[in-house]
Design a protein around this ligand. Structure first.
Ligand code: BG6
Length: 480
């Protein structure tokens, strides 16, 4: 086969998100985001680090950009903290907050690193949660527009690539950790899809703003996406996998690219009283906010099997492994009569039960490109692991190298079959606070020396994967 390889302008980099890496959570005018509060609770309940210091990137950003430069990055995907810029969600801009991003973006450009900016990565200003329960209220779309217009206008000449909202599908699944939801509302599953609908409106607004304000701007959502395989070739398992695919994947992609909700998934939601309330004009707005590309966050594939309506099981949305011991996942998403997620017996997993499946990446790139025909970028992909710092200050993360190597190979095969790829930004540039497992679950090319209890000095130490990725970038993915 004719190997195309990575184009000369292919962007190599890595990703982070504001609350997971920056720290300085209450510094220079920033007020709390919902993640500051959620992570304070995580610390109390599970001993996971708070977001207060995280990796202290706020104070180390020059050093971090220098490390990116040393690896040869041509891009860096990061998010902007809404409450650093508008501490109360709307109103007065916090000059010191916006200055941080001006400095960061200038530093990136000075090092020839193209920024890919995410407008929203789980960290809604806490003020808006207090005011009207955040994403549960339609007012949030207006306030998001206020924030997004300001940021997009500010950086219109410095930032070409914008991603809107990080992982709506994951927010629906894990809505009480990616969102602050008052206890009394947590059993109302319809609200998951209502939040998602408000996010669809916010996404469309942001797409329109980029098209209106940024010369040659490109915009798309960043979607957490896993292919769903049937547990067996029994027709009922294959059908269950299709149902899961409709509700977990197409339900989002069809909005971004066709401006409509997937039929079968919508019917399932309506029949179970889970469908969002859609107001007049909403679908027109969603259609107007078209995407130029799709940013994909890919970690693992999923597996589904049939779940008969009379199985006696109840609807549930997710399972989490908090311990980092394989097999301790708390359960699987279940929709009786539609599908039930399960472990794939053919694949090994990470310590947190995430299936390791590079072919899954090739599969989704090919599938999505065939169905929607838009360029794709990877804005997350990586292996969460317990890294060990040796006495001579080394981190021998060969397991991460082998995970990334196989995923880059998979992406390269997809390119050979004609998929248009813009960028590869694995998770994460440096170690940071995990969304569900504290700082001991690490993803970075750079080790940040801290524990869940003790932030120490957050010293940066290059891992073996750092030197490996540097070489990959040097030879544009030809030698892995
Ligand atoms: C993605 C998120 O879901 O996965 C990131 O966009 C997150 O914010 C990453 O950190 C890995 O998940 P976790 O729970 O291991 O941090």
């Amino acid at each position: 086969m004719n190997k195309k390889g990575f184009s000369d302008d292919f962007l190599w980099g890595a990703a982070t998100s504001a609350y997971q890496v920056e720290g300085a959570a209450f510094t220079n005018g920033k007020k709390a985001s919902q993640q500051d509060i959620i992570n304070q609770n995580n610390y109390k309940e599970r001993g996971f680090a708070t977001a207060e210091i995280a990796s202290d990137h706020y104070h180390h950003y020059k050093e971090d950009v220098a490390l990116m430069k040393e690896m040869g990055f041509s891009t860096y995907r990061f998010s902007i903290s809404w409450s650093r810029i508008f501490p109360d969600g709307v109103g007065e801009v916090n000059e010191e907050g916006i200055q941080f991003y001006r400095n960061l973006i200038a530093e990136l450009h000075a090092n020839n690193i193209e920024p890919i900016v995410t407008l929203y990565h789980y960290d809604l200003p806490w003020a808006l949660v207090e005011k009207y329960n955040g994403w549960l209220d339609r007012q949030v779309v207006k306030d998001f527009e206020y924030y997004a217009r300001y940021v997009i206008t500010e950086f219109k000449d410095q930032v070409k690539y914008w991603t809107t909202i990080n992982e709506q599908s994951v927010i629906v699944q894990y809505w009480t950790t990616k969102n602050y939801v008052p206890k009394e509302l947590q059993s109302n599953n319809q609200l998951r899809f209502q939040i998602n609908h408000h996010m669809n409106l916010a996404h469309a607004v942001a797409c329109k703003l980029v098209h209106e304000i940024v010369p040659n701007g490109q915009v798309g959502a960043a979607l957490g996406y896993s292919p769903v395989y049937p547990l067996s070739s029994k027709p009922e398992d294959v059908m269950a996998a299709q149902n899961a695919h409709d509700l977990r994947n197409s339900y989002y992609l069809d909005i971004y690219f066709k401006g409509e909700y997937t039929k079968a998934a919508s019917i399932y939601l309506e029949e179970h009283g889970l469908a969002p309330i859609i107001e007049k004009g909403d679908m027109e707005l969603i259609k107007e906010g078209y995407s130029d590309f799709l940013a994909l966050n890919y970690y693992a594939s999923e597996c589904a099997k049939a779940c008969p309506i009379n199985s006696g099981k109840k609807i549930r949305f997710n399972g989490v492994n908090y311990s980092g011991k394989k097999g301790e996942i708390s359960g699987y998403e279940t929709h009786p009569g539609f599908y039930e997620m399960c472990k794939n017996p053919n694949l090994d997993t990470t310590d947190w039960d995430w299936a390791i499946d590079p072919i899954g990446l090739e599969y989704i790139l090919r599938d999505i490109y065939t169905r929607y025909g838009k360029p794709l970028m990877i804005t997350e992909n990586g292996l969460g692991a317990f890294d060990k710092l040796t006495v001579d200050k080394k981190i021998h993360d060969d397991y991460r190298i082998s995970y990334l190597r196989e995923h880059i190979k998979a992406m390269s095969r997809a390119i050979d079959y004609g998929v248009e790829m813009i960028a590869y930004c694995p998770w994460s540039a440096i170690d940071l606070l995990s969304t569900s497992n504290g700082v001991k679950k690490r993803y970075g090319f750079v080790y940040v020396d801290r524990t869940d209890d003790d932030p120490k000095q957050c010293e940066r130490i290059r891992k073996d994967s750092f030197y490996w990725y540097k070489k990959v970038i040097e030879n544009n993915g030809r030698e892995l």
